[in-house]
Write a protein that binds this ligand. Structure first.
Ligand code: GLU
Length: 486
């Protein structure tokens, strides 16, 4: 019976973390935190050949960025340490010897050449170890060990069938004939991952194990080990792959980006965590935006999916925009201010106000410059932009509108957004026009753009009277010269 929930994220330090890795860490975290349990970080570095310098620091950094604070780990310690597998190595051999004594494992002295030969002879490339060394007598084994002969320790798979339960895939039964006598302790004395994960999960009192479906086929072997030791089997949660848009599992080798790279590109960590959680897990309702603590409140294993999930950048971008929209203004402005300062050199412009206008219109902070580039300098634009069916404008009536607006704005005393808007609408009414027939040409002349972060009257207020009139003049000249050409 599970009393205290304890989960672990157990990465091998082979490089950075991509969203697939992060997702495992998130699920482990959520299972622990939604049950008032502990989330542990364990570094699985038994395969020394695959280690990448600095990878452990990247793991700490990624968990920190994501807000997945661990309760125990190599950097902060804890009652179940050490939390780096290579630092625990002496214990594994002792445990493997216990299995040998119980008849659940055996010494194997076969050399590389023999194993290679066996592998070559195997049908269709699949070969199981032929139990050559199982035939050795106790005395032969003792003599070999005393002579210092290199050895490995293999698991002895018993006959029969093994059944296990996975929280996502249900009950799975395999015939033990399909299972190989896998190596538990390598000739360098270090445990294989397959052995170390069982021993460590037991010693660290791990209750729930989340890992990829690539481990499903090994799980019966792990369970046979738990049973041989008489240890309690953890709850298994095998999660399906995260794929790219072409259906390939995302991986470091196939160019997946690190979480740090996503952050550098302008993705907000909270949005990354939110989106990543939804890759393979669905909440009970259709809601999509959740903070990590909200996720802790509602996360259950029931929402996990059996099918692979596609990492969709468009969706992540959308979510990033949603996070920017709901971000506290001051927090947002801290990110936006440097970009605004760089993009607007014109004196007297209220940068906070521009920032406010952009906040709901962007998916990334870096999109701000392209939205507001017209403020410093009116871009050269095509007069086609004056023609808009919905607004009922043409280049002809736009020319009239700009002339009318020039007179009106020259005389306008209250140059605030509200006043200009109300007076323009009134002017349109007086002249028997739709208000869009004045506002559209005005917006075009002031910005030279199809899309602006605010409407025409607000653009006037922003640019001020002199600059607004200058831009109207440019618009008039453009439209007039086009008419002459006709
Ligand atoms: N060290 C394994 C990996 O990085 C972890 C698998 C597990 O969680 O047991 O794939």
């Amino acid at each position: 019976m599970i009393t205290t929930v304890r989960t672990r994220y157990a990465p091998s330090p082979t490089g950075f973390m991509h969203v697939g890795n992060l997702r495992t860490a998130i699920y482990e975290y959520l299972i622990a935190k939604s049950n008032g349990g502990s989330f542990i970080l364990r570094i699985e570095d038994t395969d020394q050949t695959r280690q990448v310098e600095g990878a452990v620091e990247v793991i700490y950094d990624t968990l920190k960025i994501a807000g997945l604070n661990h309760d125990e780990g190599p950097d902060i310690g804890g009652a179940y340490g050490p939390y780096i597998q290579s630092h625990r190595k002496t214990g594994y051999l002792e445990y493997a010897k216990q299995l040998v004594d119980k008849g659940a494992a055996y010494y194997c002295f076969c050399d590389k050449e023999r194993l290679e030969e066996l592998h070559r002879d195997g049908k269709e490339g699949i070969s199981k170890y032929d139990r050559h060394c199982l035939r050795l007598s106790k005395e032969e084994i003792k003599a070999k060990l005393e002579s210092g002969a290199p050895f490995v320790i293999r698991q002895l798979i018993p006959e029969g069938k093994t059944t296990f339960k996975d929280e996502v895939f249900g009950e799975i039964t395999v015939d033990n004939k399909e299972l190989e006598d896998q190596v538990l302790i390598k000739s360098d004395g270090l445990p294989t991952y397959n052995f170390a994960n069982v021993v460590d999960d037991h010693l660290m009192e791990i209750t729930h194990v989340v890992r990829g479906t690539e481990y499903l086929s090994s799980t019966p072997k792990y369970n046979l080990l738990y049973e041989a030791f008489g240890w309690e089997i953890p709850v298994y949660i095998h999660v399906t792959a995260v794929t790219n848009e072409s259906g390939e599992k995302i991986s470091k080798r196939k160019g997946a980006e690190s979480i740090q790279q996503l952050v550098e590109k302008g993705y907000i960590p909270e949005a990354i965590v939110n989106y990543t959680t939804l890759l393979g897990w669905a909440p009970p309702d259709n809601r999509e935006i959740f903070s990590l603590s909200e996720l802790c409140d509602i996360f259950t294993l029931k929402g996990l999916s059996k099918s692979p999930s596609v990492f969709d950048y468009q969706k992540l971008k959308w979510m990033n925009g949603e996070y920017l929209k709901k971000m506290d203004f001051d927090e947002y402005y801290k990110l936006a201010e440097p970009v605004l300062k760089q993009s607007i050199k014109t004196a007297g412009i209220d940068l906070r106000h521009i920032g406010e206008l952009c906040k709901t219109r962007i998916e990334f902070i870096r999109q701000i410059p392209s939205i507001i580039d017209f403020i410093d300098e009116l871009p050269d634009y095509d007069i086609e932009m004056y023609t808009n069916k919905k607004m009922k404008t043409t280049s002809e009536n736009s020319l009239d509108a700009l002339k009318l607006l020039t007179d009106f704005l020259s005389a306008q005393e209250d140059f605030t957004n509200d006043a200009i808007y109300a007076d323009t609408v009134k002017l349109a009414e007086e002249k028997g026009l739709k208000s869009s027939q004045l506002l559209w040409p005005l917006r075009t002349a002031l910005s030279g753009k199809q899309a602006t972060p605010c409407g025409a009257s607000e653009l006037c207020a922003l640019l001020g009277k002199t600059e607004s009139l200058r831009r109207l003049e440019i618009g008039i000249a453009k439209l007039e010269s086009a008419q002459v050409e006709k």
